[in-house]
Design a binder for this molecule. Structure first.
Ligand code: BES
Ligand code: ZN
Length: 456
């Protein structure tokens, strides 16, 4: 009965909850761009004040990068930690947005109401689903249901550079019985899901230099080494004709899918034609002998994220460039070791350099994959709670994306992470016109209230 009262309060308070989220979305907390450092700080302050309004002892905690927000409430029963990130991705290309990314609004669309704006889905809207569930709980009961630690990060979108030292230094404070993470999505945009497998991520930037300055391609073309030619050849050699990655030793530590998981995933009947069709594609482009769901959830990848060099402006310039550059990332699974792969990749690129070419590397984030055991009864309790809210059985799923903290909860704190989120495939996270369905926000809040009720 009391859960019903909390749910009713959530329904009644939705307009105010939405206004609070819009307020947070107006703060341009882009973590990767130093120009927005002050805004990241403002977002952290906003969250501290909001948690304090719930009676949470919250504070902004400095790091060498953007601050963490940590808050505690005491209580009986399990000690739950909730994690979300308040930083967002850059907004470029700005001209593809239909409105200012940081002037969010509720829009009516054919598919229902959406909250439009950068961070609405990844991750401010998701983070606030938990906070709003707590607000409604507190309003009905006068207290929160158990001991809760709130832990918000401001650097997730830039590889979480301060996270590991912070977790190590504050391990005793952050250790808990279960870490709830709201930064993932629904399966096929409608089935509530608990993510049990996340891929790791390794980022590398390559610069190939040949002549010491840009040259006239008529005067030097043919005799001078062209670094774009060299770089594109190396990049093209990273996959073979079957879609396998050719970096030596790359597949060391990549497990075959256990039969029980393979069967469970088959039961999900993933509609890859729709998934690809929604972005105007039709043919899975990964390893030829793998199913589409494996390609996204349980196989490693190598993607070229950016490539530049020479003249790319308007018109035409007959230049033979001095430099060629690319950003390459690898999604990792199982026990693949990011640092071993980084070294092997660099060696492969070095070995491919012809005379007169120099190559330099700049490493970006490096994190391993993580897998969560679901043996803790809390998982089935949460799954039932989610199934009740969405009127459809919740599923255990994989996720192609990476959330570095999930692995760190296990390695550093010995705390099991439980990943539950309400994003939809068409939320356009990291892209122009990001949105979060009002349904995701509303039912997300209700889902957390049900999960809190089930776990306490
Ligand atoms: N929320 C995403 C992770 C995610 C992606 C969940 C897709 C569900 C579907 C997260 O904020 C993110 O984008 N992470 C980055 C990793 C980071 C190290 C830059 C990613 O996966 O690229
Ligand atoms: Zn996120």
């Amino acid at each position: 009965m009391t859960l019903d009262a909390v749910l009713a309060r959530i329904d009644a308070d939705l307009p105010q909850a939405t206004d609070r989220l819009l307020d947070l979305l107006r703060i341009p907390s882009i973590s990767t761009d130093p120009a927005f450092e002050g805004d990241c700080d403002t977002a952290a302050d906003w969250l501290v004040a909001d948690l304090q309004s719930l009676g949470v002892k919250a504070e902004k905690r400095p790091t060498p990068g953007h601050p963490m927000v940590v808050g505690h409430v005491e209580g009986d029963g399990p000690h739950l930690l909730f994690y979300g990130h308040y930083d967002v991705q850059p907004v470029d290309p700005l001209d593809l947005w239909d409105r200012d990314p940081f002037d969010p609004e509720i829009q009516d669309t054919d598919a229902g109401k959406v909250i439009r704006g950068r961070g609405s889905s990844d991750d401010k809207g998701q983070l606030m689903t938990f906070v709003e569930a707590c607000r409604a709980w507190k309003a009905e009961h006068g207290t929160l249901p158990c001991r809760i630690t709130f832990f918000f990060e401001g650097e997730e979108e830039s590889g979480s550079p301060s996270l590991v030292p912070f977790m190590q230094e504050n391990a005793e404070e952050l250790k808990s019985d279960l870490a709830l993470i709201c930064d993932t999505g629904l399966f096929e945009s409608r089935v509530p899901a608990i993510v049990t497998m996340l891929r790791g991520l390794l980022g590398e930037e390559i610069t190939v230099t040949a002549p010491d300055k840009d040259l006239h391609s008529g005067m030097y073309g043919g005799i001078a080494m062209n670094p774009i030619r060299v770089l594109s050849r190396v990049l093209a050699s990273l996959h073979d004709d079957t879609g396998r990655i050719t970096v030596p030793g790359f597949y060391d530590g990549v497990p075959e899918l256990p039969d029980n998981i393979r069967q469970q995933w088959q039961g999900l009947a993933f509609d890859h034609a729709k998934f690809l069709g929604d972005v105007d594609l039709s043919v899975p482009a990964g390893e030829v002998d793998r199913t589409p769901i494996e390609m996204i959830w349980s196989r490693p990848t190598c993607e070229i994220n950016g490539i530049w060099g020479g003249y790319t402006g308007a018109g035409f310039k007959t230049v033979l460039p001095s430099k060629a550059q690319a950003k390459v990332s690898f999604r990792l699974v199982g026990d693949q070791d990011p640092l071993v792969i980084r070294e092997s990749f660099r060696q492969m690129v070095r070995d491919a350099m012809p005379p007169d070419c120099e190559v330099e590397f700049h490493g970006h984030g490096a994190g391993s994959a993580s897998i969560t055991e679901t043996t803790d009864p809390a998982f089935e309790q949460a799954r039932t709670a989610l199934s009740d809210e969405w009127n459809i059985p919740a599923a255990y799923v994989g996720c192609g994306g990476s959330i570095p903290i999930a692995g760190h909860f296990q390695d550093i704190l010995g705390t099991t992470p439980m990943l539950v989120g309400f994003g939809k495939d068409d939320d356009q996270i990291h892209s122009p016109n990001e949105k979060y369905d009002l349904e995701s926000f509303h039912k997300g809040i209700r889902s957390w209230a049900r999960i809190l009720d089930a776990l306490t």
